[in-house]
Design a protein around this ligand. Sequence first.
Ligand code: CTP
Ligand code: MG
Length: 237
Amino acid sequence: MRYTAIVLAAGKGSRMKSDVQKQYMSLQGKPVLYYSLKAFQDSYVDQIILVAGENECAYCRDEIVAKYDFSKVTAVVPGGRERYHSVYNGICAIQECDYLLIHDGARPFLTREILEHAREELNNYPAAVAAVQSKDTVKIVNEDGIVCSTPDRSRVWNVQTPQCFLFSMIKEAYEKLIHSEKELTKQGVRITDDAMVAELFSESRVKLFEGDYRNIKITTPEDMILAEKYLTRMPVK
Ligand code: CTP
Ligand code: MG
């Protein structure tokens, strides 16, 4: 079986409010993006497609891929306006592949355990997504912030990446999404992860599997403090 990873690093990182984009910020002397590339480089994945901002592709090739000898990175391609545009650009750069793992470059704590778990689940499901059970109670509110309902917490999961798919299925689903993008926008539907694309544009059932509470997405400044702590106190296995 041929496994490809798309690593996403084409976001603007606006919530971090930093000079350097969060995926390039330094964690223990290496860029945030280094850690997930390293996890895939050391895994069963055959090739990695890195998606970066149009103006940062050359930087990524020279200062990350070449510098750290990430030989599995076969292409560095420019991303798009929304995360799903970036994913689609990555998909278009893939030729031969059976399974696709899509991962946020802003999640440095991808473990071998998560990747093994993903591979097992893909034997049984066309879509498998890392997730953790919500520690907090979740409320659904209306436009005025008034609570409408409280879902049973034991059924509420926070999804992470990698989000993993049968390649032929997710490629077709993404093609359908790109085709009907205008219609969806009109309806006010916001695509915020890859599983949603499978849910909306395929018949595939999406299976969640146990991720890791440490597998955080670096989003705001306090996440960097947490990430530094994780790296020194709980090194990634
Ligand atoms: N991403 C991407 N292309 C986009 C938007 C996001 O490749 N157009 C990537 C980001 O680089 C990140 C991941 O998708 O690795 C998750 O997105 P998010 O955490 O929202 O990152 P940003 O969009 O960069 O941050 P913000 O929303 O705060 O601007
Ligand atoms: Mg974003």
